[in-house]
Design a protein around this ligand. Structure first.
Ligand SMILES: [Zn+2]
Length: 423
């Protein structure tokens, strides 16, 4: 019995530390009193755990809040130097690796590109491992201080005892990315879908902050979503929920990369836009994945004077609006955040028209309660989102695990903080 009591006390301590740390990380700097209120902990509990966390170097006092005549209160935040995290964006044409401190300041960056027509898993993993080695060397940090690597990939990620990637559109069939990377990198590895890591970053720091029901859409080569329902990422039975790009918008329509006909991605994805433009403008020049971003930008920029470009964008606006309306009708979000390199480019030029098209296709009541906004985080948000994976693991564990190590546990993986303070 004594043993189980000890376990209960340890679990409670860990859970209290976790609740406090989530609030400090996302809402800091905070006073002890604010931490207690937000995390639902008593002043005595907060006082003890803050003393422990400060002694361990997890949090630090960063200033004083003047209080009217009373004793000034210490402001606490997570110590940026407590550890470092690495975020990886495995794109279809480029691999971005970034190293951050716990204040999410980027300390080093490595970008490598590929012109592979088909994304080869072994080659992709080698690019990623080289990038990880490069950012650690550039930043000059001790490998022991790295809490983990979060890898964002295209495709579905199944979390069994290790992460398996099913990238039907990119030809990845049950690729054991985590195991492959572990053979080359001696750090905890966490893997998730790119739209879900982008969504987590936008929820923590960007345009989805402060809402418990949001959908973050990622538009690029493919189209994905991160569905936040009641403050949690909605994953479904095998974590594949949110594959919005492969919802049917035209029965019997254009062939999609996934093999089905009429998917949204076949009308709004970057390759589809370039192909449609080529068709309408009688251009036959092939577009490599690496140059799609430039091609997309050129089509958007020339729409005022180029009939083919204008028509392509009219079609994109209509299909994208219909696709967003489907999300609004199905999930009743408070906010839809449009992100990804293509999503940001389209939003800059066309967001009012996209809203109009969504309005036409959505039910009036859910549409009246939704904002459709552009993502706030920049081009690197998918890699930043990758970096949130080891941070979530640290916060969920209440920073009770010895900092780095090989024990990347999946039980605490990729979870979201639940109800957040709404500053
Ligand atoms: Zn499809």
């Amino acid at each position: 019995m004594a043993g189980s009591n000890a376990t209960t006390v340890r679990d409670l301590r860990r859970s209290n530390r976790s609740r406090a740390l989530w609030q400090i990380f996302l809402g800091g700097p905070l006073t002890r009193q604010e931490i207690g209120t937000l995390a639902g902990l008593s002043p005595a509990t907060v006082s003890n755990l803050v003393a422990d966390l400060m002694a361990e170097g997890v949090i630090a006092e960063v200033g004083l809040e003047g209080s009217n005549g009373g004793r000034p209160r210490g402001l606490l935040q997570v110590n940026p130097e407590y550890g470092y995290v690495i975020g990886v964006d495995v794109g279809e044409a480029a691999f971005l690796v970034e190293l951050f401190d716990l204040g999410l300041r980027m300390r080093a960056r490595h970008l490598s590109a590929t012109d592979m027509a088909v994304l080869d898993p072994a080659n992709a993993v080698t690019h990623v491992a080289d990038g990880i080695g490069s950012v650690i060397a550039q930043a000059g940090v001790d490998e022991q201080a790295i809490l983990g690597v979060g890898v964002a990939v295209p495709g579905l990620v199944e979390h069994t005892n290790h992460a398996i990637v099913h990238g039907q559109s990119v030809g990845w069939d049950a690729v054991p990315v985590e195991t492959m990377l572990r053979a080359m990198v001696d750090l905890p590895i966490l893997v998730d879908n790119g739209a879900k890591t982008l969504g987590q970053a936008e929820m923590w720091f960007g345009a989805a902050r402060g809402t418990d029901n949001a959908i973050i859409v990622l538009l690029g080569m493919g189209l994905g979503t991160c569905i936040i329902s009641n403050g949690q990422v909605y994953r479904g039975a095998t974590s594949s929920a949110g594959e919005w790009g492969h919802t049917s918008v035209v029965v019997g329509g254009r062939r999609c990369r996934c093999g089905a006909d009429g998917c949204l991605e076949a009308y709004v994805g970057a390759a589809a836009i370039a192909a449609r433009y080529a068709e309408l403008s009688d251009s036959t020049s092939p577009v490599s994945p690496a140059s799609l971003e430039g091609r997309g930008a050129a089509i958007i920029a020339s729409a005022g004077r180029n009939q083919a470009a204008a028509q392509v964008l009219d079609e994109v606006v209509t299909y994208l609006g219909a696709g967003i309306a489907n999300l609004v009708n199905l999930f009743n979000p408070e906010r839809v955040v449009v992100g990804g390199w293509l999503g940001r480019a389209l939003s800059d030029a066309l967001l009012p028209r996209i809203r109009e098209a969504a309005k036409i296709h959505a039910l009036r009541l859910p549409f009246s309660g939704v904002e459709i906004v552009k993502a706030e985080l920049g081009q690197d948000a998918v890699a930043l989102g990758g970096a949130t994976l080891p941070i979530a693991r640290l916060l969920n564990a209440g920073a009770t695990t010895a900092a780095p190590g090989r024990a990347a546990s999946l039980d605490s993986f990729g979870a979201s903080p639940g109800t957040l303070s709404k500053h």
